[in-house]
Design a binder for this molecule. Structure first.
Ligand SMILES: NC(=O)c1ccc[n+]([C@@H]2O[C@H](COP(=O)([O-])OP(=O)(O)OC[C@H]3O[C@@H](n4cnc5c(N)ncnc54)[C@H](O)[C@@H]3O)[C@@H](O)[C@H]2O)c1
Length: 332
């Protein structure tokens, strides 16, 4: 059983911690927050030790892995320091998304995990749902034929206006990860952004993407929508048919090119996903399973490298908006 701690006991740390507690592959032993009242409250809730600094926790505890649920500027500015401390200490790290809002720091964290030979994962939880796994299986089995097109939409309501690039840097690691999950690496992008009236944040974006395998894709993103109507939609088309994965895990439909008969898989009220937080349960369990099994480090699903790859696409999209041209995406 892996000894685990959670760092950053805000909203999301308090989703990770009970998931670890309930998972048979982990033992939650400590929580850490620089705000003592948050650390203490969480420690009391989960019956574990509280720390107010990562350094102190690493001195006192024999840990195998940590979740890093800090936030900061553009929801990623605070991840670097605790991540580097934990990687340096030889711990496996599951970081929250975005891997970082600062691309140079993201690159350094991935390099540090390589150097230390530890597992580094990112909580790109949207892909850890059964219908996405089924759709991926269809792609791999060739049910869609040769892949041609992908369309992705992800829109929520977030009035946070602390930075112009908050929306694309903080939200679209998720959508771009889904796109990469089905279609692989992205090599070029061309993006347009606008702001809803009165906003500082570029709260709407349209991105065209070219993938290394020739697939052409499109992403629509917004912070000015109501996710209760529909959070996201992914459509992938190949030479033999297409699928639509609607609203994260609600419904997966296959539309064959040569027939009018559809395959429809709905989230079942009997044993289906109970809600959005179940994506955390699934993602964290897979992370624990892969560490426990000792998989080769390059097989970690939604790895630090994957987290870096989507941030590279995001930075290229921002460059494209400034230059007015399609921009290359560095592929690591
Ligand atoms: N995967 C998802 O679906 C999903 C959804 C929402 C948010 N998130 C991500 O989760 C992360 C956390 O978001 P949140 O809303 O819980 O933020 P939050 O601000 O509520 O909590 C972050 C906590 O980290 C603590 N902290 C900061 N630096 C620290 C350090 N060095 N050591 C210990 N504690 C430290 C802060 O004091 C704070 O309590 C963000 O990166 C966000 O993007 C992920």
């Amino acid at each position: 059983m892996l000894k685990v701690a959670v760092i950053g006991m805000g909203n999301i740390g308090n989703i990770h911690a009970p998931v670890y507690q309930a998972d048979p592959l982990a033992e939650l032993v400590a929580v850490c927050d620089i705000l003592p009242e948050r650390a203490d409250r969480a420690a009391a809730r989960y019956g574990v030790r509280a720390y107010y600094s990562v350094e102190e926790m690493l001195k006192q505890e024999q840990l195998d892995a940590v979740s890093i649920c800090t936030a900061g500027v553009e929801n990623g500015g605070d991840h670097f320091e605790p991540t580097m401390q934990c990687l340096e200490a030889g711990l496996h790290v599951l970081g929250e998304k975005p891997i970082s809002n600062n691309i140079e720091q993201a690159r350094q964290m991935v390099a540090k995990a390589e150097e230390k030979g530890v597992y580094y994962g990112i909580n790109l939880n949207h892909r850890f749902v059964p219908p996405a796994a089924r759709a991926k299986q269809w792609v791999e089995e060739g049910r869609l034929g040769d892949l041609l097109l992908i369309n992705m939409t992800m829109w929520i309501n977030n009035p946070n206006d602390t930075s112009p690039w908050f929306h694309i840097r903080a939200l679209h690691p998720h959508s771009l990860d889904i796109m990469r999950y089905f279609c692989g690496d992205v090599v070029r992008v061309h993006a347009f952004f606008n702001r809803a009236p009165g906003r500082v944040c570029y709260s709407n974006v349209q991105v065209n993407l070219q993938f290394a395998n020739g697939v052409v894709g499109h992403l629509t993103g917004s912070y000015d929508a109501n996710p209760r109507h529909n959070l996201e939609r992914c459509e992938v088309m190949g030479t033999k048919g297409r699928f639509v994965l609607n609203n994260l895990y609600e419904e997966l439909t296959f539309y064959p090119r040569d027939s009018d008969e559809l395959t429809v898989i709905r989230n079942s009220i009997m044993g289906g996903l109970s809600g959005f937080n179940a994506t955390f349960t699934n993602r964290i369990h897979r992370w624990l399973e892969q560490i426990t099994a000792g998989v080769p480090r390059d097989q970690i699903e939604a790895s630090g490298r994957d987290g870096l790859a989507v941030q590279e696409i995001i930075e290229a999209a921002i460059r494209s908006f400034h230059s007015g041209c399609a921009e290359e995406v560095p592929v690591g």
